[in-house]
Design a protein around this ligand. Structure first.
Ligand code: F2R
Ligand code: MG
Ligand code: MG
Ligand code: MG
Length: 305
């Protein structure tokens, strides 16, 4: 186990926000050429983030205020943040859950009826990185905390287990990066007894990585808004990107729900390599970077210092 440094915490949350902000202009695109990402990034004055980061900020704010995960407080934080900035590009489910909470339905049951069987969108996984940071010392708490955080808006087991995968990957990256072996992540995740679709997709990663065929990755792992079609893909991007920059641009180049895949992969990569590995030309343009950094530092102080 290498030293857990504050730079990994800041790298994680800034990495999430940058993956989101750099990927957002391409969300829903079928193909994205490598050069397009840098062209758009350099033409923009501000790299503006979307719901992925906005919700992760809510997770971090609530974890810090409560010194741990309090479902009711986190739900209220989500609702308050959404009301301030409803234009962040939220999926259809969460705003409906927030309306239900405001109408008096308890936070723990407000999401149940929004989709039959609950939402399996990737909205729980995209925001979960602060939970991985907060509970990095405590892998046995990760599942419980990720489930609780997800339950506010996403009650389908595949959404909740997608959040477990990303939270666990962030914890792994904080504890073992950058001197360990990235490929050990797959062994680390195998201890979390995941549903078959995750085990099967994560199990395909080593072979897919050998071939590195973009179309095959999209076909086998997915690039959609469903948690099971984006979470394993984000893990693939981290395991095959040899730097923070390559992880994030590789994720965006897959197209589809690429702001979210890049946000999840960027959080893991930022936690692995630390803030010093994030290109300054991107960091300088990131919206609210100082605030996001301050949240990461507070989680570090509460859990390591
Ligand atoms: N909302 C978007 N992108 C749309 C375009 C945004 C545009 N650029 C803008 O600025 O307005 N992106 C964000 O949403 C995704 C996360 O979604 P989340 O939070 O999981 O939402 P939801 O609605 O719960 O689930 C997403 C969709 O998945 C399908 N689905 C989920 N559960 C289902 C079920 N049980 N049965 C059938 N379908 C189910 C539905 O189509 C949901 O709407 C991220 O990409 C984020 O970036
Ligand atoms: Mg988004
Ligand atoms: Mg969550
Ligand atoms: Mg998205």
């Amino acid at each position: 186990c290498t030293k857990v440094r504050a730079e990994k915490f800041t790298g994680c949350l800034l990495g999430l926000a940058l993956g989101d902000a750099l990927g957002a202009p391409f969300e829903g695109r079928y193909t994205v050429r490598g050069g397009e990402i840098e062209k758009i990034a350099s033409s923009l004055e501000l790299l503006r983030y979307t719901d992925d980061t906005h919700m992760a900020i809510g997770v971090a704010e609530s974890l810090i205020a409560c010194r741990g995960l309090d479902g009711e407080h986190m739900a209220k934080t989500f609702v308050r943040n959404f009301r301030k900035e409803p234009w962040r590009g939220y999926g259809p489910g969460p705003p409906e859950v927030f309306r239900r909470i405001e109408s008096g339905i308890p936070w723990y049951s407000a999401a149940e009826e929004v989709f039959p069987g609950g939402s399996y969108g990737n909205g729980a996984a995209m925001r979960i990185a602060p939970v991985g940071l907060f509970y990095h010392r405590n892998p046995e708490k990760i599942r419980e905390a990720a489930y609780l955080c997800s339950r506010i808006t996403h009650t389908h087991p595949l959404a909740k287990d997608g959040a477990v995968v990303i939270a666990a990957a962030v914890a792994f990256a904080v504890v073992y990066g950058s001197e360990g072996r990235r490929s050990d992540l797959l062994d680390y995740l195998s201890a979390f007894s995941l549903p078959e679709v995750y085990r099967s997709k994560l199990g395909k990663i080593p072979e897919l990585a050998l071939r590195g065929d973009r179309r095959e990755v999209v076909r086998e792992l997915g690039n959609g808004v469903e948690a099971f079609n984006s979470v394993p893909t984000a893990v693939y991007c981290f395991l095959t990107g040899d730097s923070f920059e390559k992880t994030v641009t590789g994720a965006i180049s897959l197209g589809g729900d690429c702001d979210t895949i890049a946000a999840m992969a960027g959080a893991i990569a930022g936690a692995w390599w630390g803030i010093e590995a994030i290109p300054s030309r991107w960091l300088e343009k990131l919206e609210n970077a100082e605030y996001i950094k301050s949240l990461a530092r507070k989680i570090y102080k509460l859990t390591v210092d």
